[in-house]
Write a protein that binds this ligand. Structure first.
Ligand SMILES: [Zn+2]
Length: 465
């Protein structure tokens, strides 16, 4: 455990530091270190001396759970962030309307009907179609992979395919969630269920986005727990395949809904037209409270901005906080943001986009995707986190879906690397609640974002593409 400094009162750091006066006009790593060492240490001291980020995160996720695109709860959450940003005194606050898909879950259930009756805890996958009103009841074919499904193709017509795919890593296992319905449908299945995409199911299903290519008939798809997927697999392997019923009322509304990206800024003192973006996504799935995914990214970047503002550290360039909408089932917020900045001629003025969407456990470092030159310039900044802990800078950024559209236009992007052992235990499930997070670790994530965002926005030379 790190020693923590509890600050008796927030000494206005404006009196201590004047970032502009201390600026040496050079981008050399040593200069960056010496120029910003004291400021970084003070940001770290203040960020880690309080649990208010955790408190705000708990409030957001306790009062505004289930922030699915199209829901009133999501818009209520957005309204609350706007009022709170106002209270924080952030100088520039606005929203951007975004058309988002409006998928609603409705009632749903699954049950085992052979060899005996039992409820199967389930959650429909996002985007799935509904079942007929009486549900679908069919024998199961259980496989561990798409390859195995092909080998058993003769058994598939008229059945419900169960994917009991093991969890190797998220990227690999999630393919069954995304494409499981289509792969089963093209062989004649009438429904599909996947094992929860999680290394530790504990009897819970996990939702997430599923897709249809439109080339084969759409069939309903849901997640069941790992335990039940393995149970069904054992019945199947004994030559006594289970029969299950799947019932879903899911519906993608014809009319899209209107949601909003939230945008708040501290304008730069010298180059206000140049922008460093930080943020997370405000929408979530409709199970669990979306505390980790991604109220945590929203609040950690928000608290970083609030702290910089409260310390009176107006950087040379603008720091822009964005809460993107609709990351989970469309990424329409990230796309709309990109379109808007292109339209306004702001794209090339984005130096860095930094998203936090991989949990806010113990921070380890920064993942970066951009030029080698920019990478070298960021290294000394990561080193300035040493009063808190050693933080790495490495290539490749996780949890950056909303800034992917910017990256594809050339904007350098960054993600926060944290200890992710337990992230997928809770991800997209009813277990995603704030109690899984540690207030000290959340505060450290705030420090990590604040130091990086402030220095990139303030350093003498702009971060090159
Ligand atoms: Zn997320």
């Amino acid at each position: 455990m790190l020693a923590r400094f509890i600050i008796a009162g927030l000494l206005p750091a404006l009196l201590l530091f004047s970032p502009n006066s201390s600026a040496a006009e050079s981008g050399d790593g040593n200069d960056i270190r010496s120029q910003y060492e004291d400021i970084a240490a003070e940001i770290i001291r203040q960020a880690t001396g309080t649990h208010r980020a955790y408190d705000r995160l708990a409030y957001l996720s306790d009062y505004f759970p289930h922030r699915l695109s199209g829901s009133e709860m999501l818009e209520d959450a957005i309204d609350w962030t706007l009022a709170e940003l106002e209270r924080d005194g952030i100088p520039v606050i606005r929203t951007q309307d975004v058309e988002v898909p409006h998928w609603v879950r409705g009632n749903e259930y699954a049950k085992l009907v052979h060899p005996y009756e039992k409820d199967l805890p389930m959650v429909g996958l996002g985007g799935s179609i509904r079942t007929p009103a009486e549900g679908i009841t069919a024998q199961t074919v259980v496989v561990e992979s798409f390859e195995e499904l092909k080998e058993r193709r003769d058994e598939v017509p008229g059945k419900i395919v169960i994917y009991n795919q093991p969890f190797h890593d998220y990227g690999q296992s999630v393919q069954y969630r995304v494409w499981g319905a289509d792969r089963a449908s093209e062989l004649g299945a009438i429904g599909a269920m996947i094992r929860a995409v999680s290394p530790n199911s504990m009897g819970h299903p996990h939702t997430g986005m599923s897709r249809y290519s439109g080339e084969v008939p759409r069939i309903p798809i849901a997640s069941i727990s790992a335990e039940d997927a393995m149970l069904l697999h054992r019945f199947y392997q004994r030559g006594d395949p289970a029969t299950v019923t799947l019932y879903m009322e899911a519906e993608l509304k014809e009319e899209p809904a209107i949601s909003r990206n939230v945008i708040a800024e501290i304008p730069g003192s010298e180059y206000p037209e140049e922008i460093v973006v930080i943020g997370g996504h405000i929408d979530s799935w409709d199970v669990g409270h979306g505390a980790m995914d991604d109220a945590s990214g929203v609040v950690v970047t928000w608290e970083a901005l609030r702290l910089i503002h409260e310390m009176g550290l107006q950087p040379k360039r603008t720091i822009r906080l964005v809460f993107w909408t609709n990351e989970e089932n469309g990424v329409m917020g990230g796309r709309a943001y990109r379109d808007k900045v292109i339209e306004k001629g702001e794209l090339e003025r984005h130096q860095l986009a930094f998203e936090v969407d991989f949990g806010v456990f113990e921070p380890l470092g920064y993942g970066f995707q951009g030029s080698a030159e920019a990478f070298e310039m960021l290294k000394p900044i990561a080193e300035l986190m040493s009063p808190m802990r050693d933080m790495h800078l490495r290539e490749g950024a996780y949890g950056t879906v909303d800034i992917g559209p910017l990256y594809r236009e050339g904007v350098p992007i960054m993600g926060l690397d944290v200890v992710t052992d337990k992230y997928f235990w809770y991800h997209h499930s009813l277990k995603d609640t704030v109690d899984k997070l540690d207030p000290d670790e959340v505060a450290e994530c705030v420090a990590a974002v604040a130091v990086m965002a402030f220095i990139v926005a303030d350093m003498p030379e702009r971060l090159p593409w």
